[in-house]
Design a protein around this ligand. Structure first.
Ligand code: FAD
Length: 610
């Protein structure tokens, strides 16, 4: 199975990605240049990523007391990815980039995520450098961001602390001005940081010359105390090794020490670290304290960090999709080759007959179609959101603002829906393999383990749900939700005229109405405790409604491309559509019922009753 035809269909026949070339920014591009990028990425993923996916799982990173050791294959994969220019593909020509649309960059990265999700951690480096391009000074861009895009340095995001994960307002890492003249440092106001950062991905390794940590820390108020809440949080560049204004390493190490590697369930190709900042292990200029350069204004750190959240969350959602897709392809292949059992005829089973392949059993087909519906549908959603990112940045003002608001509402779904349902797809892929799926002789158990992370990081499932119901559907007078409803209505209006889609169009109209009613009912008392008690069921209902819309819209494009329904590809898309409407969409009744009735079964149960 190849991902390419599915991607091509979604990009060119559904999203009309080549029309982006009419925008000035992308004028030099064409379908040919997009395809050339895909060819290169597909090849690198096939040669440098896929063959080592199991290796990076079994040869976990380890610390020899001096250095973190990673397999040679990880070094090679990093080199090949950086060498392809993909780190800066979406950047301006002036930055050495290709001015590639984000839609195309996101699609190209699918090949790597499917081949080996954890061998590369380029998303973090790109996100880090992108943030600096927007919020950094000229010197910070030159010394840090550009070297990250070039692959010399890599980047991290240091938000979480052992005691502060979902609740970032409780971080305690401190930043103090670094003495006289510190505010005039050419790399930005210079501070000394002290504190511990937990769960930092790619926090230590030897893949690049240097690691550029972007660290959230608090500058104490005039009374010396940390300012409570998120208001007190600022953002700092803390390089692992000190760098001069010429971008060269000075030879001095910064005071950032690896306290330990976390041993994870999956995603083992990427190191995950507990880092101690400023404990004095590597004093700089004879003094304890990690040197950090302020980015943006003091106390605006979280705002800067949020700048990159939408793209980071689309990235996480896409990784979840591609892990699901990898499991789908593996289980499809297995189901086509595994003989087991016989069909039940009117006279029962005839054991004299040869066994059939398990793909011939209706229940196995059910599990395959579920995976296809989850993963191809979610891939379409991620690409749709990526296209909105391009709209936000390059469309005329009104359309750009609509794209911004739609992204606000859709991003929690783009992050969370695949994290839950493409993980379920991985579970079904294991089920199709029977006992073999539960062993390391087949790849599907690793896909499930790798995918299990996605409901946890970049805002847990619960936090995303609270963001959706507590903030996103309400913001700007509910305009984002109204915009989404208008797009869904437009799809319904087209689909209702197509006889074989009309019933689905009606079902979607009802689902949209149910989501609207549940949103109102959840907030009927105006109390967040009532509304948010069932935020996750709300997000599940909302997400399924969104995916039903995506599938209906994709089906319209499939019928437009193949009106006579002559190909197996069209049959597959229509089959997945029907699966989604018959087996999945009806689930929203139960999810939205507890939301609309503000059911307090869980919230009110006293602790002692558990
Ligand atoms: C492999 C891995 C890689 C990571 N990479 C990074 C990284 O590079 N940089 C970084 O900064 N962080 C990283 N993280 C951290 C990750 O973002 C956090 O684990 C996550 O934010 C959750 O924080 P926590 O683990 O402290 O759990 P907690 O915040 O303690 O949450 C535990 C549970 O309680 C729930 N909960 C918490 N608060 C609420 C609430 N207010 N309402 C409802 N439910 C709530 C959560 O949903 C969750 O189910 C990574 C984590 C892992 C596991």
């Amino acid at each position: 199975m190849s991902l390419r035809p599915t991607l091509d269909f979604l990009l060119y026949q559904w999203l009309h990605a080549e029309s982006l070339n009419q925008r000035e920014r992308f004028a030099d591009h064409s379908r040919e240049t997009f395809d050339a990028v895909f060819d290169t990425c597909e090849r690198i993923a096939r040669e440098k990523f896929a063959p080592f996916n199991r290796l990076v799982d079994t040869q976990e990173p380890h610390f020899d007391g001096e250095q973190v050791i990673l397999p040679q294959a990880t070094h090679e994969a990093h080199k090949a990815y950086a060498g392809s220019g993909m780190l800066s593909a979406a950047q301006d020509y002036d930055e050495g980039g290709m001015q590639l649309p984000y839609t195309i960059e996101a699609a190209a990265n699918c090949f790597f995520a499917m081949a080996s999700v954890s061998i590369g951690s380029s998303l973090l480096t790109k996100g880090n450098a992108n943030l600096l391009l927007v919020h950094g000074t000229e010197a910070q861009k030159e010394v840090f961001a550009r070297n990250e895009f070039a692959g010399r340095f890599s980047g991290t995001m240091c938000l979480s602390e052992p005691q502060a994960g979902s609740s970032l307002s409780d971080i305690t890492t401190r930043a103090m001005p670094d003495g006289a003249g510190s505010e005039a440092d050419p790399l930005g106001p210079r501070y000394r940081l002290k504190g511990n950062k937990m769960w930092i991905s790619s926090g230590e390794h030897e893949l690049t010359e240097n690691i550029i940590h972007l660290v959230l820390a608090k500058i104490p108020g005039p009374d010396g105390k940390l300012i409570p809440g998120t208001r007190g949080i600022s953002l700092f560049i803390v390089p692992k090794k000190m760098v001069g204004t010429d971008g060269q390493l000075t030879g001095e190490r910064n005071d950032v020490a690896l306290a330990g590697l976390n041993h994870k369930l999956g995603w083992r190709g990427t190191t995950n670290t507990l880092l101690n900042f400023g404990e004095g292990k590597y004093p700089v200029g004879g003094e304890a304290g990690a040197v950090g350069y302020l980015v943006g204004k003091p106390h605006e750190g979280l705002r800067c960090m949020f700048h990159m959240m939408n793209e980071a969350r689309i990235g996480v959602g896409t990784a979840a999709v591609m892990l699901g897709m990898a499991g789908y392809y593996a289980s499809l292949d297995y189901a086509k080759n595994r003989p087991q059992g016989r069909p039940v005829g009117l006279a029962g089973k005839d054991s004299a007959q040869p066994q059939v392949r398990i793909i011939e059993h209706a229940d196995v087909k059910r599990m395959l179609l579920a995976q296809k519906a989850y993963c191809e549908g979610a891939l379409a959603l991620e690409l749709y959101c990526a296209r909105l990112v391009d709209e936000q940045h390059t469309a005329e003002a009104g359309a750009a603002d609509d794209a911004r608001l739609l992204l606000e509402v859709l991003t929690p779904i783009a992050k969370s829906w695949p994290s839950e349902w493409c993980l379920e797809a991985n579970s079904l892929a294991i089920q199709i393999h029977g006992g073999y799926g539960y062993t390391r002789d087949f790849p599907v158990e690793q896909y499930w383990r790798d995918n299990r992370l996605n409901m946890i990081h970049e805002g847990t499932h619960g936090i995303q749900a609270t963001d959706l119901l507590g903030r996103k559907v309400l913001m700007e007078g509910g305009k984002g939700l109204q915009l989404l409803a208008a797009r869904i209505d437009a799809t319904i209006a087209r689909a209702i005229q197509v006889p074989e889609l009309a019933a689905h169009a009606n079902a979607l109209a009802q689902a949209l109405q149910q989501v609207g009613a549940a949103t109102k009912a959840a907030w009927a008392t105006g109390k967040p405790t009532d509304a948010l008690a069932n935020a996750v069921p709300y997000m599940q209902g909302f997400g399924h409604m969104v995916l039903a819309w995506i599938w209906l819209d994709v089906a319209l494009a499939a019928l437009q491309a193949d009106a006579t329904k002559s190909t197996a590809v069209t049959a597959g898309k229509l089959g997945a559509l029907r699966y989604f409407y018959h087996y999945e969409l009806p689930k929203i009744d139960a999810w939205l019922q507890v939301v609309a009735s503000r059911d307090m079964t869980c919230a009110d149960l006293p602790e002692e009753a558990f």
